[in-house]
Design a protein around this ligand. Structure first.
Ligand SMILES: Cc1cc2nc3c(=O)[nH]c(=O)nc-3n(C[C@H](O)[C@H](O)[C@H](O)COP(=O)(O)OP(=O)(O)OC[C@H]3O[C@@H](n4cnc5c(N)ncnc54)[C@H](O)[C@@H]3O)c2cc1C
Length: 465
């Protein structure tokens, strides 16, 4: 692992770690961006279709308009969920990819409920009925599957479900879930056909123009997103891999990145190993190294050819499921493909330029925090790092030295903090970064809320969406 030492450059608290010049957002602006994304996806996107329908629908069909409008809203939400699924980069730094996934899941659930209500309120026959019913079955089936197998929301709350999931995943790997999830596009095409087949709807000229344009734009955004993912993917080579704690592998990857590319403290990258069986799908992992200001030179990067430079990124990967359990089979020289980094942690810290930072990390959740502490040592007032017995990463020692060296405090221990120690973590005026298992995050966020810390001063990094 890149050692977290006193020699690491300590960046002034009010400057971006990567040295890039950019406008600093206010905490209110970032909260607004999140709410605005919800409002756009939930309210604005269905508007044009609903408006066109209500203006154009002949009065003899007015008795059915409620059912139709609900169906139209369901379709619009399906389209919004597709657009959000391509990880729009322009939204990542302001809203944060984990929150975008939450909005994606929420909007998809709205679509399923609305489609179900539409189905109950409508009567149709023949192909119209068949396409509608097939789409609904597909939506419900994929929705249930995704809630259990692709999101940690339910499984982190219901241990029995988590157990069932981990048993089922022996047969149904995450890669299968990813492929099944893509069947949502088939559901979109089925609903598209369903609407084209309803003659009194397909004869509504302006409604159909809006409907077709929105569908085409969504599919275009999806294809463009996939093409962008391929064309902007970075290639790298595994330099080394070693076990640093029980079930935790530290890997170092040399990556060719465009000279102009910047990444930020606490960012994560999606990685895949195309040459290794079972490791072909992208999975997210936090970059342990903080970006240095002179990132194109020195230990963290050296010049390469034709507008590219080479950097070395370190990742700590804990064995969890199909992909991560294969971390042991990677050998130096293995080819790696990465998506350019995502993340909002550094932006959150820059939105509160003078506030002391309190970091609360559990288990493997400490990984993004290693870069944060390295980059924002001067502001780090307290680091709480807990892990199961024998699972503390060796980086803990460097973390302790660095934080104490700049006047901060650390609580690094095996096992949870007791109630009285938790009380000592509340520092007036501080901002809080919380990362770790979903349950631990919930406990800490609730604790901090009860101690009067407003939501705008907390940022949590969920490791499962
Ligand atoms: C922002 C972020 C940063 C992360 N950083 C690290 C890190 O530094 N070190 C580390 O060990 N782990 C990290 N993780 C977790 C890591 O991505 C998962 O452990 C890994 O993807 C599990 O894959 P699996 O096939 O081995 O296990 P699975 O059994 O398939 O999954 C285990 C858990 O990981 C989640 N998961 C699986 N695949 C994905 C995916 N493609 N995208 C999002 N979630 C997924 C699942 O919802 C599940 O809760 C991070 C996750 C996120 C979202």
């Amino acid at each position: 692992m890149t050692p977290v030492t006193r020699e690491s450059p300590v960046i002034p608290s009010f400057r971006p770690v990567d040295g890039a010049v950019r406008r600093r957002e206010s905490p209110a602006a970032s909260m607004a961006a999140r709410y605005l994304t919800w409002v756009v996806a939930a309210v604005v996107v269905p508007m044009p279709l609903m408006l066109a329908l209500s203006l154009e629908l002949p009065t003899i069909y007015l008795g059915r308009i409620a059912a139709m409008q609900i169906g139209v809203a369901a379709y619009a939400w399906m389209l919004a969920a597709v657009v959000l699924s391509v990880r729009p980069r322009w939204l990542d730094r302001s809203v944060g990819l984990p929150h975008l996934y939450v909005i994606h899941g929420g909007i998809a659930l709205f679509a399923i409920v609305a489609a179900l209500v539409h189905n109950q309120l409508s009567s149709s026959t023949g192909l119209v009925k068949q396409t509608g019913t097939m789409a609904l079955i597909l939506l419900i089936g994929l929705g249930c599957w995704s809630v259990v197998f692709m999101s940690g929301w339910l499984t982190s709350r219901i241990p029995l479900l988590a157990r069932i999931r981990s048993l089922a995943e022996r047969l149904a790997h995450h890669e299968l879930s990813v492929w099944l999830h893509r069947l949502n596009l088939v559901a979109v095409l089925l609903v598209f056909t369903h609407v084209q087949l309803i003659t009194y709807i397909s004869s509504l000229r302006w409604f159909m123009v809006v409907f077709d344009v929105m569908t085409a734009a969504t599919l275009l955004a999806y294809v463009a997103g996939k093409i962008r993912m391929r064309t902007t993917a970075l290639s790298g080579v595994l330099l080394s891999s070693r076990v640093v704690a029980p079930r935790v592998h530290e890997i170092r990857i040399r990556v060719d990145v465009p000279t102009a590319m910047r990444w930020e403290a606490g960012d994560f990258a999606f990685l895949r190993f195309p040459g290794i069986e079972g490791m072909g799908e992208y999975h997210p992992f936090s970059i342990v190294d903080a970006p240095r200001r002179s990132a194109s030179m020195g230990a963290n990067g050296r010049r390469s050819m034709r507008g590219m430079r080479q950097v070395v990124w370190t990742f700590d990967i804990r064995e969890d499921g199909d992909f991560t359990r294969r971390a042991g089979v990677m050998t130096p020289g293995s080819r790696v493909t990465l998506l350019p980094p995502f993340g909002r942690i550094q932006r959150f810290l820059e939105e509160h330029p003078a506030a002391p930072i309190v970091i609360i990390a559990g288990g493997i959740g400490v990984t993004p925090m290693l870069a944060v502490v390295e980059g924002f040592a001067a502001r780090t007032a307290l680091v709480v790092y807990t892990a199961k017995r024998g699972s503390l990463l060796p980086a803990a020692e460097g973390l302790r030295r660095l934080v104490r060296g700049s006047g901060g405090r650390t609580i690094i221990q095996e096992g949870r903090l007791n109630a009285s120690r938790m009380e000592t973590t509340v520092i007036p005026g501080a901002v809080y970064l919380v990362a770790g298992p979903a349950r631990m995050q919930r406990i800490w966020m609730r604790f901090l809320r009860r101690r009067g810390v407003p939501a705008s001063r907390m940022y949590n990094e969920p490791f499962a969406w």
